[in-house]
Each structure stands twice: as structure tokens, then as C-alpha cells.
Design a protein around this ligand. Structure first.
Ligand SMILES: [Zn+2]
Length: 57
């Protein structure tokens, strides 16, 4: 199984994610209700954008 955020191998401690960071990214997306926006798989170190509201409105 691979991390749905960055596609790296998942860690059993954070599955299905590879790290706490990716789990937090996923949670943040759910909370912002913009989970449908895919992450760029070639940029796994990218942080969350500071103003995601620009995408929705
Ligand atoms: Zn990951």
C-alpha cells in the first residue's frame, strides 16, 4: 500500500500514510472540504497552500 498523499510506501504507524505529516495533510483537506483536489505526486515535500480559499471561491 502506498501513501495517498505522496505515493511513498506507507508506514504501519501512520497507515495508509507514510508519515504524520501526510496524515495531517489529509486531515486538513477533509476539514477544508477540498479533498477532491489531487496533490502533485512529484512534489511530496510541498506544504499546504497558505490560502486554500482561493480555489473554492
Ligand atoms: Zn506520504
Amino acid at each position: 500500500m502506498s501513501c495517498p498523499i505522496c505515493k511513498k510506501a506507507s508506514d504501519p504507524a501512520y497507515r495508509p500514510f507514510c508519515s504524520r505529516r501526510c496524515a495531517d495533510v489529509d486531515l486538513a483537506r477533509w476539514l477544508r472540504a477540498d479533498y477532491a483536489i489531487p496533490v502533485a505526486p512529484d512534489d511530496p515535500e510541498a506544504e499546504l497552500p497558505p490560502h486554500p480559499d482561493d480555489e473554492e471561491r
